[in-house]
Design a protein around this ligand. Structure first.
Ligand code: NAD
Ligand code: MG
Length: 397
């Protein structure tokens, strides 16, 4: 009711790794937050259990048949949650008047339209779905400004940088005296491996990340370093940086989540245990701080912090991403689309691990650059890049 002062939260991608961590943090603060909507693609049993526990006003699944099933389950349990299906329902729960905060935690390009809808509705948007920003950077940031959305990065690196910057971000990096953003990278499960050893690695090996437990797509991206490439592009948009102002530093312990270097020689870092509940809690409560369920960092247990340069020869995806950002326009959207197709093919056993970079490179080379100022153009180029990637995979089979 109107006397309810709690913030209403929509969690897009509630059943995923970020989604479940978000619900964990929200459940610790029932006096601050209530759930407007929870959404999932296909894992309907998990969404049902989440609905029974968190009592959202609305639940959304991808397919009508799953929505019918969930409606039935919830009705029998005496719940009044409205159950809907499809992309238009995602857009609606992301922009509903009833929602104050939207956690954008759908994986991949499927998150673009609902995330943009939240931005255009002027919500507080917690951005985990980096692919949405990579695809539509200029348009996305322009919409944030125009609709006065509050955009808070959840990706741990960008959340760390946000925390290391002055409270007032406007005016660009130079005005803040920032000389460089340092994105830390764990290096993934294949840190130190040679190209020749990488051609035969399996999806399960690639998804066994040393420090973080994440969805399979981002786990593969972490293993190829494409995740760091997407994050470099993400950092350029979020902080209005040039690609050469963003430096990637391999830091295997994943304790420093990223750093900001200033012109006076200072370098500021954000440290913590590798647990996404920290950036999630930060985004939810900003500018305040709330308990996240994360243990304090034990520096004596960490004992040491190591740093090294990334190996761009063995992991060419990082260089490809930097090139795409330098090229501008629709190149990052093309990079992202080709990568999504290639990662899926790798996960289903249809492409070698080292083939991922190859697919992305070929699709980028074959695509002509367009200005990325209109959503239609971006979605068109996304579709074309997917077709190109599929055709290349066909020829390899
Ligand atoms: P995940 O695979 O665990 O979860 C993805 C969620 O999106 C699920 O709820 C799924 O149902 C939903 N989804 C998938 N495809 C969909 C579709 N076509 N339509 C609607 N919903 C769909 O992924 P995750 O690891 O939680 O990652 C989510 C996003 O957050 C990604 O963009 C990832 O890059 C980013 N991110 C994740 C982490 C992490 O630690 N997991 C860290 C930083 C950033
Ligand atoms: Mg990250």
């Amino acid at each position: 009711g109107s006397s309810d002062r709690r913030q209403a939260v929509t969690v897009l991608g509630a059943t995923g790794s970020i989604g479940t961590s978000t619900l964990d943090v929200l459940a610790r603060h029932p006096e601050r937050y209530r759930i407007h909507a929870l959404t999932a693609s296909t894992r309907r049993e998990i969404l049902r259990d989440q609905c029974l526990r968190h009592r959202p006003q609305v639940a959304v699944l991808a397919h009508e048949r799953d929505a019918i099933w969930l409606r039935d389950e919830l009705r029998h349990a005496g719940h009044e949650t409205e159950v809907r299906a499809g992309e238009s329902a995602l857009v609606e729960v992301a922009s509903a008047n009833d929602a104050d905060v939207v956690m954008a935690a759908i994986v991949g390009s499927a998150g673009l339209l609902p995330t943009l809808a939240a931005v255009r509705a002027g919500k507080r948007v917690l951005l985990a779905n980096k692919e949405a920003l990579v695809m539509s950077g200029a348009l996305f940031m322009e919409a944030v400004d125009r609709h006065r959305a509050v955009l808070l990065p959840i990706d741990s690196e960008h959340n760390a940088i946000y925390q290391c910057l002055p409270a007032e971000h406007r005016g660009g990096l130079a005005r803040m005296g920032v000389s460089q953003l340092l994105l830390t990278a764990s290096g993934g499960p294949f840190l130190g491996w040679e190209t020749s050893e990488l051609s035969t690695v399996t999806p399960d090996q690639a998804c066994a990340h040393p420090n973080w437990s994440m969805g399979r797509k981002i786990s593969v991206d972490s293993a190829t370093l494409m995740n760091k490439g997407l994050e470099l592009i993400e950092a350029c948009w979020l902080f209005d940086a040039k690609p050469d102002q963003v430096k990637v530093v391999v830091h295997p312990q994943s304790v420093i989540h990223s750093m900001v270097a200033y012109s006076d020689g200072s370098m500021i870092a954000q440290l913590g245990n590798p647990d996404m509940r920290t950036p999630i809690a930060y985004g939810l409560a900003w500018p305040e701080r709330i308990e996240a369920g994360v243990e304090a960092l034990d520096l004596f247990q960490v004992a040491r912090l190591d740093f090294q340069a990334p190996d761009e020869a063995a992991f060419p995806c990082l260089r490809l991403a930097r090139q795409a950002m330098d090229a501008g326009g629709t190149a990052p959207a093309v990079l992202n689309a080709a990568n999504e197709v290639a990662v899926e093919a790798f996960l289903t056993g249809d492409l070698a691990f080292t083939g991922i970079a190859e697919v992305v490179k070929r699709v980028l080379d074959a695509s002509s650059l367009q200005a990325a100022t209109e959503l239609e153009v971006i979605l068109d180029e996304d579709r074309r890049a997917r077709e190109r990637a599929e055709r290349y995979l066909e020829r390899c089979r």
